[in-house]
Ligand binder design. Sequence first.
Ligand SMILES: Nc1ncnc2c1ncn2[C@@H]1O[C@H](COP(=O)(O)OP(=O)(O)O)[C@@H](O)[C@H]1O
Ligand SMILES: [Mg+2]
Length: 296
Amino acid sequence: MADQAERLRALARTKEDCLLQKVNTAGFPRVIAVVSGKGGVGKTNLVVNLALSLGQLGEETIVLDADVGLANVDILMGLSAPASLADVLQGRMELKEVILRAPSNVAVIPGGSALSEVFSLDNQQKEQLLARLTALGEKKDALLLVDCPAGISRNLLALLGLAGEVILVTTPEPTALADAYSMLKLMQRRRLFPKIYLVVNLVSSSGEGERVFMRLRETCRSFLNIEPAFLGSIGYDYAVRKAVLKRTPFLIHFPQCGAAQDIQRMARRLIGAGAVLSFSGEMEENLLKRLLALWS
Ligand SMILES: Nc1ncnc2c1ncn2[C@@H]1O[C@H](COP(=O)(O)OP(=O)(O)O)[C@@H](O)[C@H]1O
Ligand SMILES: [Mg+2]
C-alpha cells in the first residue's frame, strides 16, 4: 500500500500536483462506462441487471443514465425520473434530490441532457461535479456504472475520460462486431487506456460467446496492441423481452432465467477484477489518468 501511494505521488508530481490535493482518492467510486458500437445490443438491460446483481452481492452501486436522448434506465426499472443531473449542473437542485432509489442498494442518477454540458464546463464547475460524484456513495468503495450513448460521439468521449474501466457490449453479428472494433480503435487513437471488458449478448451458446471474444481479442492484439478481458456472454432469453414489457428487471422478475444467471456470473467476475485492480494499484493509476483527462 505504501508503495502504491508513493507511486501515485510520484505520478502526480510529474503531472499536476494540485489534482491530488483537491481530490480524496480513497473516496472516489470505481467508474465503469458501459458502451457499445451499435445500438440495440442490450446495453441498458445489462447495466440495470448487472447493477442489481452487484447490489445483491453487497456492492453499493450507482447507475448514471448518460445515454443522452435515449435514456431508459428508469423505464426498465419501473421508476419515474422527474429531474436529472442537468438540474444539478445548472444549480437548481442537489444531487441527492435527483437520485432515484432502486432495490438491492442500487441508486440511479438520470443524466438528462447534462452530459453534453460537461464539455462546456469551466475548471471550477468540473471540480464541483467531481466533488459531488465522489460524495455519492455512503461507502467509500461505491461503484458507478454509466450507461453511455451507443456509437462514437463527443459525449461518449467525455464519459470515457471519467471511466477507469469500460464494458464493451456486442452481439455476434458482423455489424455489431465491426462497430465494437471501431470503438476500441477510437479509444486507442485518443490514448484512453481504461481496463476493457467484453460482453457478448444474444449468443446461442456460451461457446459462441467465447469464440466471438477470442476473435475480437486476436484482432485487437494484432492491430491495436490492446488486450480486452472477457466478462462473459448472455444467451438469447425470451424472459428478457417479457421483463422489459413489464418494466421490471429480469433479475428480479425471473431470477432463475438463463440471462439472470449469466449476469450473476459477470457480477462476481467484476467484483473479483476490482479486487485485483486495487491490489495491483492499477485502479489508482486509472483514477489519476481519468482525472487528468477530465481537467485537460
Ligand atoms: N439476452 C437477451 N435475450 C433476448 N432479448 C434481448 C436480450 N438482450 C436484449 N434483448 C432485447 O433487446 C432489446 C434492446 O435492449 P436494450 O438493453 O434496450 O439495448 P440498448 O441499450 O443496447 O439499445 C430489449 O428490449 C430486449 O427485447
Ligand atoms: Mg439503451
